[in-house]
Design a binder for this molecule. Structure first.
Ligand SMILES: [Zn+2]
Length: 206
């Protein structure tokens, strides 16, 4: 397979920088998580499968078409790009996606409890309506179908017993949604652990 064309190296560099950031923040471990950018109406640039996000280089990235077939790159894309492709199809505002397993978000995703949704202006601005998807095997077309069906109005997806997907116009927007969601879950955890309740907020509806 041929290397990714040089015109995409700037975006591939940005993708590697955000990959390092999610790993350094502890939002992914081992080979977990994946990031992508929509580079045209029929192609995405993504991180490869089975690699630590902490060590990725721009030349490790993969270009796939919207059927999930690799077009350029020496490495294979993750099977989870099916979920990314579904999110891009469902929501035209999604142009970059970050999928992570942040601990406080996962502490809600792995139980029946849900975080508070709108505790402050920042969470209202960046989270909008959070889409909650029941557990379906990661990387499966069944999960991709549910994401495509349910995420038309959302840029934040909480996947039960799995993790978080955030999207935006740019990788920075997707990253900010990821940070705000994790922070929101951390604050929800602190409030609930104290046996307290947040005031004047709504909880995410499942
Ligand atoms: Zn995953």
């Amino acid at each position: 397979m041929s290397k990714i064309p040089s015109q995409y190296l700037v975006l591939a560099t940005e993708l590697s920088q955000y990959s390092h950031r999610v790993w350094e923040r502890g939002y992914v471990v081992a080979n977990g998580g994946n990031l992508s950018i929509k580079i045209s109406e029929n192609m995405i640039l993504s991180t490869p499968t089975m690699e630590s996000k902490g060590e990725l280089k721009p030349e490790d990235m993969v270009i796939s078409d919207f059927s999930g077939q690799r077009v350029y790159g020496d490495k294979s894309a993750s099977t989870e790009i099916l979920s990314h492709l579904a999110f891009y199809r469902a929501n035209s505002r999604a142009k970059a996606i970050i999928h992570t397993h942040p601990p406080y978000t996962c502490s809600f995703a792995f139980t029946d409890s849900l975080p508070y949704e709108y505790m402050c202006a920042e969470s209202a601005l960046w989270l909008g309506s959070v889409c909650v998807i029941p557990y379906i095997q990661p990387g499966s077309s069944l999960l991709a179908n549910e994401i495509e069906r349910l995420s038309t109005e959302s840029l934040v997806i909480l996947m039960k017993n799995h993790g978080l997907m955030t999207a935006g116009e740019t990788l920075k927007d997707a990253w900010w949604r990821c940070e705000v969601m994790e922070n929101n879950c951390k604050i929800s955890h602190l409030i609930m652990s104290r046996g307290d309740r947040a005031t004047n907020i709504n909880k995410i509806d499942e």
